[in-house]
Design a protein around this ligand. Structure first.
Ligand code: SF4
Ligand code: SF4
Length: 464
């Protein structure tokens, strides 16, 4: 057990000082909404930190109340005093990891997740036997009979999140360079993401097609790994730094004079998962102490854009067609690392509003986390499941016919939440809708749940 002196934080009074304990942040705090306890709210946690800073409290004694935080940053958006809780929790998490106060099972689970999730090749090896299971009758039976609960809530949560796995989950299959299919307007790099390339490979494929159709040349380094988002959000600083260095090196290896993707510099480095985008934009912080990597991290982070942010800035040039022969209504789920972490709200709306016949709406509690939060839905499955259920109800109440989410973790969480819903909504990435619209592919082909009132367009028979 750590002593009070060991658990003291480096003094960051300037971060906790602005809190005036007004409580405006409470209603948007996901953990407070479920647990209902001040100790699991931003205000309560800041109160703890002040006591820890003053040497009056042992951080280890309140570790659970920091582990219950989703790191969604909704409190940062809500706070009128400008409290940077995101910076506070980023400092606390590595300290919590050092204290070693979690249960042996939680430590083992975290180690296993950090050893697997950021490494697509390892994860593919592990998932290969599950390829026949995902989406099969066996999975349906296991879920309905709740057999998976015998293995404990965390394993059960992982099983519930597992989507059907196709051949594209097991290979990236992108060329190093995809040329623009219209007069060239930009040249970008693309980060594939580790979880996204396995569990939502069709999103990256859609992104590449949309970019190429809009006159963007796309460079995809073949040996790229994880950006470090999974470990960064959990305060695993050393592993995050190693992953960040590898990713910067993967791009430097193919772009530059005499390199395989050509000497011309990239206009931006894009990513289609908001959790990854948030971390990539912080490479200057992550690599600041790693000379000479700091030199590479700063311009890399400065060039990172979410795909939607980039396309909205560039402007769509490819003609768009309706997704159905009747008007469609889509509800936008704003991922926390998109709205609170990166401040992006207008870009997805601007892009999707350009699709003929598509109207957009937002849920009532748009700023509240869906419970995904990186690996939170595995580490804290009960709280995450309740948040997922509430979010799905909120999305369904809009009477929309489909849901849009630009983060793979949220998509998996929502798909799981909709499994038990009376009216499940299909969930798409904005890039998928743009891709279908550009190619004239009707939506009912992809989602049996949308058979009514949406019908397939006459031009929807084009092959993928
Ligand atoms: S973090 Fe901000 S909103 Fe929350 S109690 Fe403190 S001052 Fe108020
Ligand atoms: S980051 Fe999210 S869960 Fe954590 S205190 Fe802030 S609002 Fe609550």
């Amino acid at each position: 057990m750590a002593t009070p002196a060991q658990s003291r934080l480096p003094t960051q009074e300037h971060l906790t000082d602005p809190c005036v304990h007004c409580g405006f942040c409470l209603s948007t705090c996901a953990s407070y909404r479920i647990l209902g306890t001040e100790t699991d709210s931003p205000r309560g946690r800041i109160h703890f930190l002040k006591a820890v800073e003053a040497g009056e409290l042992n951080l280890a004694a309140v570790a659970d109340h920091f582990d219950s935080c989703l790191g969604c940053y909704a409190c940062v958006t809500a706070c009128p005093s400008g409290v940077r809780y995101d910076q506070l929790i980023a400092q606390v998490r590595p300290r919590l990891n050092d204290l070693q106060v979690r249960s042996p099972w939680q430590r083992l689970l975290r180690q296993a997740l950090f050893a697997l999730l950021p490494y697509p090749d390892r994860l593919r090896w592990l998932l290969a036997p599950l390829r026949c299971y995902g989406g099969s009758w066996l999975q349906t039976v296991a879920r309905r009979s709740r057999l998976t609960r015998l293995f404990g809530p965390e394993i059960s949560a992982m099983e519930a999140l597992l989507p059907p796995l196709g051949p594209s989950s097991f290979q990236d299959g992108f060329p190093l360079l995809t040329p623009a299919r219209a007069p060239r307007r930009a040249r970008v790099g693309l980060v594939l993401g580790c979880v996204q390339r396995l569990f939502e490979p069709e999103v990256n494929a859609a992104v590449v097609r949309v970019l190429a159709a809009n006159g963007v040349e796309v460079v995809i380094p073949p040996r790229q790994g994880c950006c470090g988002a999974v470990t960064d959000h959990q305060g695993e600083t050393a592993q995050t730094r190693a992953l960040a260095k590898d990713l910067v090196a993967a791009f430097a290896k193919v772009v530059g004079p005499g390199k395989s993707a050509g000497a011309e510099p990239l206009d931006a480095v894009l990513v289609a998962a908001s959790g990854c985008g948030h971390t990539l934009k912080h490479y200057h912080r992550i690599l600041e102490r790693d000379t000479p990597w700091a030199e590479g991290g700063r311009p890399f982070a400065g060039g990172v854009r979410d795909v939607q942010e980039f396309l909205a800035e560039l402007g769509l040039s490819a003609p768009l067609q309706p997704l159905a022969d009747q008007p469609l209504r889509a509800v936008i789920h704003d991922p926390c690392h998109m709205i609170h972490g990166q401040g992006i709200t207008a870009a997805p709306r601007q892009l999707l509003a350009a699709i003929p016949g598509l109207t957009l709406t937002s849920p009532l509690d748009a700023g509240v986390c869906c419970g995904s939060a990186g690996i939170y839905n595995i580490l804290q499955p009960e709280i995450a499941a309740q948040l997922g259920e509430e979010k799905c109800e909120d999305l369904t109440a809009t009477q929309a016919q489909l849901c849009v989410s630009a983060n793979v973790g949220c998509t998996l969480q929502l798909q799981q939440g909709f499994q038990a819903a009376a009216k499940p909504l299909p969930v798409f990435h904005p890039a998928q809708l743009l891709d279908y619209s550009i190619r004239g592919v009707g939506l009912s082909r992809f989602s049996p749940g949308m058979a009514s009132p949406v019908s397939t367009l006459g031009h929807a028979s084009r092959s993928l």
